[in-house]
Ligand binder design. Sequence first.
Ligand code: G16
Length: 565
Amino acid sequence: MSGGTTSYTVETVKTSPFDGQKPGTSGLRKAVTVFQQAHYTENFVQAGLWAGLGDKLKGSVLLVGGDGRFFCEEAAHLIIRIAAGNGVSKIVIGKKAILSTPACSHIIRKYKLSGGFLLTASHNPGGPDGDFGIKYNTDNGGPAPEGVTNKIYELTKTIKEYKIVSNLKVDIGQLGTSKFTVGGEPFVVEVIDNTADYVEFMKQIFDFPAIKTFLQTKRVLLNAMNGVTGPYLRKIFVEEMGLPSDSCLNCEILPDFGGKHPDPNLTYAKDLVDIMKAGQHDFAAAFDGDGDRNMILGHRAFFVTPCDSLAVLAANLESIPYFRQNGVKGFARSMPTSEAVDKVAQRLGKDCYQTPTGWKFFGNLMDADKISLCGEESFGTGSTHIREKDGVWAALAWLSVLASTKKTVQDVLLDHWNIYGRNFFTRYDYENVSSEAGEKLIAGLEAFIKNPNSKGTTLTAPTGQKYKVAVADNFEYTDPIDGSVSKNQGIRILFEGGSRLIFRLSGTGSSGATIRVYVEEYVKSDNPSAYEQDAQAALGPLVAIALQVSKLRELTGRDQPTVIT
Ligand code: G16
């Protein structure tokens, strides 16, 4: 492939700012129609280049990859043209702009690229009426830290022009390298295979032959939910591990994810849960649109909460060659994630860090070698192998644990609770609530935590259980590596005995507000009849207190959450 000898000229296009281009928990996510407005995507990409690369912009080498959702290819072409206009020397891009988020992180690190643009709204629905998203990742392969995302936002508020080579056309449907001359300087676009680098990397991290042997006697289902993981699942589980092709479900990447919500949880992956309930399979995993989230199920749809998944992996990392070779440092979890992993850290004598929600907060800890494994209640699990959470990696990690312990998923969990006790955990999501109701709810809780009488007060559930407030605050995080401070990261009501209620507004929605209520109750290991209960039954009283103290029903008019996980 080659762009020929034509010399291209850079144009400077006049523009004006758009409101609301503030990156959320993970990049800018809006309706596709918002991104399709003239200059909207261009402004954000230009601001991303300035903020992300500063004086290293000229001559930089960037990755572009996306989850295949509607508008990905158009956005990729725009990024190529704007990058060319800004003196970027090379773009590395997946064929048809397709790369999973974990693969993007790996490729940036492996080839020592300057950074990259990830085109995804993750688990949000896609299609012309769905959502699109753009995220800038830095040269460590991870999401840009807040310093950079804040700078992007500031730049989008004052942007007056962007640079572009609007007539530059590249065929991104074919592997190979295209060379151009832009303003007298060389500009290269390299289209790479979607899965090769990532699959190769997984083979270095895990013991593929051991997993393959284990899988010979097991029935397994892997659900790509029509997101980006389909081709990765086929390569790894069908071609490498020899599973029958019908083990991998919904593996065709669809621009609208088949009209579904590509979010691997009990609500949006209910089809998989129902198949698992029939009892024909031993293990299942599902992945989100861009492949960084995972849900793990055992026989008869035994659900592993992401919090427990993190804790179990932390306790069993020696099952995985990568950790046997590199050793295990500390662990980290986002604040709303249950304290199950803390208990493993304590027993193993490791540090355990508590960060705000958002994978970007783990980056510094990983780069400083403070942690080896981290995770979030929002179905994210990952390690230092890259700087994003990694769905397929998590499934392989679980299969490694099962292969080495020779136990079922349920028995792994029962044994874990028997040692550490159980942190019952659930999250209630109220999606698409009005922004006003969301803000009022947080304001009411702010008043509760600021009231000096709240600490020490006892809250009583309608069923009589009592919980005494030990701490009530709005979580603030000081990054132990760079000292940066992130305030207002979620209302915490912490009770004596280790139970917790957390309230936050989601930072990944594209309109209105999503209220998240996180509920956790700890039961000690000496009480098997308590820790073997159904989680929703065990958490009922605390959920009732959460609804009371937040006045959620009154403020939102909602009787039921949209999603319970
Ligand atoms: C993103 C972030 C995660 C975060 C999740 C939920 O995940 O990368 O760190 O936990 O959003 O955030 P919120 O509660 O603010 O909606 P993803 O998979 O959407 O990129």
